[in-house]
Ligand binder design. Structure first.
Ligand SMILES: Cc1cc2nc3c(=O)[nH]c(=O)nc-3n(C[C@H](O)[C@H](O)[C@H](O)COP(=O)(O)O)c2cc1C
Length: 195
């Protein structure tokens, strides 16, 4: 990657993501790892799906009552990490998360499959469960009824405004290409990093 050629990191990200999505066989092509600061101080990480990019925001969705939801509310500084095997590229994003609007949450909820909507509405994500079967029964009832599923009030999402974006591209020479973008006022500082 020629740094001077790509002064805008979000455009570079979109290009890299597109190249990955075009060739990957993974059915979770937009998966990434969301890292948060746990309420007990331990870092906490899990996969999520990147829903879209609305410059400069990276948007993800989920339950505000989940662990990640509570952690983001307390510590909005988060990280997203992408690893794309086929192109041998990694992108690390650090930024600040804020909740998306209710209108946007409705939009993303509608975009989910009917099955996913049901699960989001009957499952209190992350809470202890006595019997999986009780949820299965409610799931089957909903499927049978085919009633429209209302978005639960706690189902929403977060838009992450990047502060740092680091691109790494594996190189057969082992001199991996690492370029770090750091937000400064209205522009980005660009630094090539040693591998
Ligand atoms: C490939 C993949 C994609 C996922 N996408 C999402 C997602 O977009 N939103 C979400 O809430 N959970 C998603 N999950 C489930 C999360 O990894 C996690 O189990 C869940 O969000 C609960 O995490 P928490 O207890 O830290 O809040 C995904 C899991 C995998 C493996």
């Amino acid at each position: 990657m020629n740094i001077a050629e790509y002064p805008e990191p979000i455009d570079t990200f979109v290009r890299w993501l597109h190249e990955h999505v075009t060739i990957t066989k993974s059915s979770y092509s937009s998966a990434c790892i969301l890292s948060t600061q746990g309420l007990d101080g331990f870092p906490n990480a899990r996969n999520v799906s990147l829903k879209c990019i609305e410059k400069p925001y990276f948007i993800i969705t989920g339950s505000t009552l989940s662990r990640k939801g509570k952690e983001i509310e307390t510590h909005p500084k988060v990280a997203l990490t992408f690893w794309w095997e086929e192109t041998k590229r990694q992108v690390r994003i650090q930024g600040t998360a804020s909740q998306i609007s209710e209108k946007d949450a409705h939009f993303f909820f509608k975009d989910r499959s009917y099955e996913s909507q049901i699960v989001s509405s009957i499952s209190k994500q992350g809470m202890p469960l006595k019997k999986l079967e009780s949820l299965r029964v409610r799931f089957r009832e909903s499927i049978k009824s085919q009633r429209p599923i209302e978005k639960p009030t706690h189902w929403s999402g977060w838009k992450i405004k990047p502060y740092r974006i680091e691109f790494l591209e594996f190189n057969t020479s082992r001199f991996h290409n690492r370029v770090l973008y750091t937000q400064s006022e209205d522009s980005w500082n660009i630094t090539q990093l040693q591998p």
